[in-house]
Design a protein around this ligand. Structure first.
Ligand code: KG4
Ligand code: ZN
Length: 351
């Protein structure tokens, strides 16, 4: 079985071809970082236009790399949400058009399910497992129990983790995207010079919060002499990164204990999302996993960040179960993986 996947929900246009033997036959990603950099964040209208300009070419490239024609596919999968709606519409429309023209089934994939199932593509991991998804748009802990079967143990009540890294980088004048730049600056800094809050640490449950920490960084930065010296920026970056690692680590520890209580046969903590690249955070998560009697699994970074291989793979998992969608599927800006999860946070919280 072989499926084409299309991903356009944020600032990466991506197409991939994956088969049910867990082989990635093609995987192409075009990042829009340069288009959004002048604005210090993703501009939805620009993102949608970029997806439209490039998606056909990327699909053609993926098919050529896989050495296949549309007729050889078993189905076409595209991210159906959650995400920036203009971009999702581009991917869904493209996927439907190919499916219709080639006479193949269409699958609308929840982007979060793509992230959640990646460890099964890369490592053949069995259900159930615990997933931390920490990206620019999401920060959630999910008990991953089966295809289409997720329990959200915690989510952010305000910003996503990556968003906090990006905003702190902006305050320090480090550039965009902030995560890697904050990490680089932090390596030269003294994390003990400034004391910052550890949001949610010690509280019951598994929810995250980053806006208070971000505000504390803002107040610190206001008091620094301007222009900000590299040494000062490094110390703030180190203090911020340590606070995030400790706070996220604490939330994951709570989640791991809850997960082990409810699903004792599950033994793995998996990470996904761009923030999973952070070395300090990874070290903390490995500690948490070890303390809780769990293994720690991080798929290769290119499959942790947004890509279409995860969409094609989720398509395979769903198609195997006969879960196809109609061509009347409407793109969804919000689409929680766990419909029973309570609503938290304000307008910025996506799922
Ligand atoms: O998963 P991703 O590539 O895209 C989505 O948001 O969907 O995640 C991007 C986010 C950005 O906010 C970026 O600043 C953050 O991941 N990030 C990092 C690191 N590398 C990327 N955050 C912390 N440390 C890093 N090394
Ligand atoms: Zn993502």
């Amino acid at each position: 079985m072989v499926i084409l996947g299309i991903e356009t929900s944020c600032d990466e246009t991506a197409a991939a071809v994956v088969s049910d033997d867990r082989r990635i036959r093609a995987d192409v990603v075009l990042s829009q970082l340069d288009e959004h950099r002048p604005y210090g964040g993703v501009v939805p209208e620009i993102a949608a236009r970029c997806h439209l300009a490039h998606v056909d070419r990327l699909v053609a490239q993926a098919m050529a790399e896989a050495g296949l024609a549309f007729a050889d596919l078993d189905a076409v999968a595209a991210t159906g949400g959650p995400g920036l709606i203009g971009g999702v519409m581009v991917g869904v429309t493209t996927g439907k058009a190919i499916a219709l023209a080639a006479g193949k089934p269409f699958l609308a994939i929840n982007h979060l399910e793509g992230h959640a199932l990646t460890a099964r593509l890369t490592h053949g991991l069995d259900f159930p497992y615990l997933l931390l998804l920490a990206s620019g748009g999401h920060c959630q802990l999910l008990a991953t129990l089966g295809v289409g079967d997720y329990r959200r143990l915690g989510t952010t009540v305000d910003d996503a983790a990556g968003e906090a890294f990006d905003k702190v980088a902006k305050m320090l004048g480090l550039g965009y995207p902030g995560g890697p730049l904050v990490e680089k600056a932090a390596a030269a800094g003294d994390g003990a010079r400034f004391s910052l809050p550890r949001p949610m640490k010690g509280r019951p449950g598994c929810d995250f919060s980053f806006s208070g920490l971000k505000n504390a960084v803002r107040l610190l930065v206001e008091d620094l002499p301007k222009p900000i010296a590299a040494a000062d920026a490094a110390d703030v970056a180190a203090a911020f990164q340590a606070a995030v690692a400790e706070s996220v680590g604490d939330r994951c520890r709570h989640a791991a204990m809850e997960f082990r209580r409810n699903w004792p046969q599950g033994r793995t903590l998996v990470v996904a999302g761009g923030v999973a690249a952070n070395t300090a955070l990874r070290a903390e998560l490995e500690r948490v996993a070890t303390d809780c009697g769990m293994d720690f699994l991080a798929p290769p970074l290119a499959l942790c960040t947004d890509n279409a291989a995860m969409i094609a793979w989720a398509g395979i998992e769903r198609f195997r179960l006969g879960l196809v969608d109609g061509l009347d599927f409407a793109p969804r800006p919000r689409w929680p993986l766990d419909p029973s999860a309570r609503k938290v946070g304000g307008a910025g919280v996506k799922a």
